[in-house]
Design a protein. Structure first.
Length: 310
């Protein structure tokens, strides 16, 4: 009886340690909210971004939801609870209808067969902010993309940069600031595992428009140096000073916001499968949740932590 108890306890400890290891190593966050893949520069950051130079970015900035919680603050309470942008790490500025590229690192989680999924959630009301993780089930979706595949990461190296493109919703009003959340369903931990990064965007009638190109073309440049996310510099400031207005925004706009999208077609539903995996890369929000979500469970993947030095 004692031997059986000891064996059972040892097995339980082993499982617990394995899950803990997965939670510690499976991590990612947004490095750049508005990325220029043509010049490989960052034009706008997330809340409280500590710079790629920060030795503790792996622990201080990453924000984990462990065990599929029903309630938990949506944003990292230490660094993303307020609009805390430094002078060298400004909030992004964009226009309604503008295409945005947002970056993160794969951290050893590339999966070309059944990739996990990341979303850009937002509120069309400039006075509303995300407060709890449960809001992911009802918030409109501005974009969705595979987390890490050869189609959206520069290379197969564990710390290669990945990015996805999404379009600023047309129902946002110039002159106002809106709250967004990048939300990644990793879920290789059987108990459930998610990550978020919170950011804001200043909506304007004019901005520096990066432009678009096929993802395969953009990836040919290869991984940028970590310095791409070291904050403003002369080259970035020069680009930000070059503003244009999208043709669709040249006509005078009403200051009244367009109603939010139909909640039945633009949200992540509560009945998502446990893995939240979506097959295929998309630059746009899904037409409907039913069309976008598949129930395939991705196979286990190996985790590789990023060295704290970079």
């Amino acid at each position: 009886m004692v031997k059986g108890y000891v064996a059972s306890t040892a097995a339980s400890v082993a499982v617990a340690l394995a899950l803990l290891s997965t939670s510690v190593l499976a991590h990612s966050w947004v490095d750049c909210v508005k990325y220029d893949p043509f010049n490989e520069l960052c034009l706008g950051y997330a809340r409280g971004y500590p710079t790629r130079k920060a030795a503790d970015i792996n622990t201080a900035y990453v924000y984990l939801f462990s065990g599929s919680p029903t309630t938990q603050p949506m944003c990292n309470p230490k660094q993303q609870s307020t609009e805390n942008y430094g002078a060298d790490f400004p909030m992004a500025t964009a226009q309604p209808g503008e295409t945005i590229y947002t970056t993160w690192e794969q951290n050893g989680h590339m999966n070309n067969t059944n990739p996990t999924k990341a979303y850009i959630l937002y509120y069309p009301d400039s006075t509303k902010e995300f407060t709890d993780v449960s809001e992911r089930l009802t918030a409109p979706v501005a974009g969705s993309f595979d987390f890490a595949t050869v189609n959206n990461c520069y290379s197969t190296q564990p710390n290669s940069l990945c990015f996805g493109s999404w379009v600023v919703p047309e129902n946002l009003v110039p002159g106002k600031t809106y709250h967004f959340v990048w939300f990644w369903y990793f879920n290789q931990n059987p108990a459930g595992e998610w990550y978020s990064t919170c950011f804001d965007m200043q909506i304007s009638d004019s901005s520096h428009v990066v432009g678009t190109a096929p993802m395969a073309t953009l990836l040919q440049k290869g991984d940028p140096p970590d310095s791409y996310a070291y904050g403003l510099n002369d080259q970035v400031n020069s680009l930000l000073a070059q503003v244009t207005t999208l043709p669709e925004n040249q006509a005078s706009k009403s200051t009244t916001a367009v109603p939010a999208p139909d909640a039945t077609s633009a949200v992540i539903k509560a009945d998502l499968p446990a893995n939240n995996a979506v097959s295929g890369y998309s630059n746009e929000a899904p037409a409907s949740t039913a069309d976008a979500i598949t129930a395939a469970t991705p196979p286990p993947m190996k985790c590789r932590p990023r060295p704290n030095s970079g």
